[in-house]
Design a protein around this ligand. Structure first.
Ligand SMILES: Cc1cc2nc3c(=O)[nH]c(=O)nc-3n(C[C@H](O)[C@H](O)[C@H](O)COP(=O)(O)O)c2cc1C
Length: 323
């Protein structure tokens, strides 16, 4: 009973804690194994979200790829990864040793390739993939490079394609990860729901620029990069709040929300839960504090004890009657 207060549910997936890794910030199995706190970290996690996987290997963007800002990190990695086949062969079996649900973050440059990638992963994973998280922040090459996630019609097509790629008889959680680089996040959220997503995760990084005053040029080859870390927490929180308040499926937790963005302490986790998130992902903070998940779990347990409550009871509680 003691441990049950941390439990939460995303679709059909039961999580022992609401703490998940954020894609791209936690690598895959090797990075977790390299941590001194690796066993305790795995025990503090509800699920592991992998870095972005693409059909073919990608070299990523030229360096520099990351720089620190005063309240976060700018990155322009360009989805460097070894491709689906090596991921399946080398990383997936290692991840399973932690006995955690594995959610694979998927990226592609066309609507068709998202479906192709999902079908390929699920045909060759030996039943080991628990869920797919669709990263719709990638550039849609066929449509001039604008991110998929800003056009609700495209979001709908991507999600439908991935859902259709799930083999009959398999229960695979489909999460759509939304971009914050849009005026009203509830628009793509509703499109993903219409296409049958099981859950939403938000937010991906916020577009930002940094300029080197010595060379008098932008730092990054692509000029803009993605901002993460403490600076974006209020933005992520606001977007979770809006979806929970304005979308009945989210409010009823039929389509639960996974909150992401600047979460660095257990207090941040509680805020996201109160805003309407059923679970959270932690990214940039893990670069700074290797034991962040262990500390978050401890802090959360104490808060739940002190307030005689559970994670499930906290979800959306801050809305009270005000929305
Ligand atoms: C270095 C780095 C790489 C990332 N790679 C991915 C990725 O491959 N796929 C994805 O959906 N998000 C990616 N993200 C975004 C994170 O998963 C997360 O949405 C974002 O960093 C906000 O969370 P945070 O403030 O806790 O870091 C990446 C972020 C960083 C910092």
């Amino acid at each position: 009973m003691e441990e049950r207060r941390l439990e939460t549910t995303i679709g059909n997936l039961h999580l022992r804690t609401p703490l998940l890794t954020a894609s791209g910030t936690s690598g895959s199995a090797d990075e977790l194994a390299g941590l001194r706190e690796s066993k305790a970290t795995a025990q503090a996690l509800g699920a592991f979200v992998t870095k972005g996987v693409t059909l073919e290997p990608r070299r990523g963007n030229p360096e520099p790829r990351v720089i620190e800002t005063r309240a976060g990190l700018l990155n322009s990695i360009g989805l460097q990864n070894k491709g689906a086949d090596r991921f399946l062969r080398e990383d997936l079996p290692k991840l399973w040793q932690y006995e955690l649900p594995v959610i694979v973050n998927i990226s592609a440059n066309s609507v068709e390739d998202y479906a192709k990638l999902a079908a390929h992963l699920l045909a060759n994973d030996g039943g080991q993939i628990t869920g797919l998280e669709i990263n719709v922040s990638c550039p849609n090459i066929k449509e001039g490079g604008v991110a998929f996630g800003v056009d609700p019609k495209v979001v709908e097509r991507v999600v439908r394609g991935v859902k259709a790629a799930v083999p009959r008889g398999r229960d695979v959680l489909i999460v759509t990860k939304l971009t914050p680089n849009i005026t009203d996040i509830t628009v793509p959220a509703k499109a993903a729901i219409a296409a049958g997503t099981d859950a939403l995760s938000m937010i991906n990084t916020v577009r930002g620029v940094a300029i080197n005053i010595h060379t008098q040029e932008p730092y990054f080859a692509n000029v803009s990069a993605g901002l993460s870390g403490p600076a974006i927490k209020p933005i992520g929180l606001c977007m979770v709040w809006d979806c929970f308040a304005k979308i009945p499926e989210c409010r009823r937790r039929k389509v639960p929300i996974i909150g992401i963005g600047g979460i660095s302490t257990w207090e941040d986790v509680v805020e996201y839960l109160l805003a309407g998130a059923s679970a959270v992902q932690v990214g940039t903070a893990w670069f700074v504090y290797p034991d962040v998940f262990v500390e978050m779990k401890k802090g959360l347990e104490k808060y739940l004890d002190d307030n005689k409550t559970t994670v499930r009871e906290l979800i959306g509680k801050a809305h009270g009657t005000c929305s």
